[in-house]
Design a protein. Structure first.
Length: 142
């Protein structure tokens, strides 16, 4: 698992853990500098189990965010997104000649990223290339 896949996995699993969407969790991770921590400590963290990672993130954030969820809201699609997003990020990085971290930021903060995180849109069932196409259309104002 590369760094982008690991960070995406953490974002999507934490979204599932808290009942939030990936774009909301991404903004939280970014604001709290957790993305930098996950990137810098990748070698130490990527081998940990999911439950331990969620506990680590809860403790790092040390707030009520993790306690404000309803088990009925937990998405079953977080695993799908954690597989698809790294592919989208890779394509964005190549197309726009930016780092994968910048590409991840660009995707998660876009309207397409927000729609992809929302189960109601059904975008989780589309291919990475399809979602990437929507993202490009958004960026180019089409």
């Amino acid at each position: 698992m590369n760094i982008i896949s690991f960070i995406t996995f953490c974002i999507e699993q934490y979204a599932k853990h808290t009942g939030k969407t990936g774009d909301v969790v991404y903004q939280l991770f970014k604001r709290e500098k957790l993305i930098e921590l996950l990137e810098n400590d990748y070698d130490d963290l990527h081998g940990m189990g999911t439950e331990y990672l969620m506990q680590f993130i809860d403790e790092y954030l040390d707030n009520e965010f993790s306690k404000q969820y309803d088990n009925n809201l937990i998405s079953d699609h977080s695993n799908i997104r954690s597989i698809i997003v790294p592919n989208i990020v890779n394509m964005v990085s190549k197309k726009y000649h930016i780092t994968e971290i910048e590409a991840m930021d660009k995707f998660y903060t876009s309207a397409t990223g927000g729609s992809f995180a929302d189960d109601e849109t059904g975008l989780y069932g589309q291919s990475a290339l399809f979602v990437f196409g929507l993202f490009c259309e958004e960026q180019e104002g089409i």
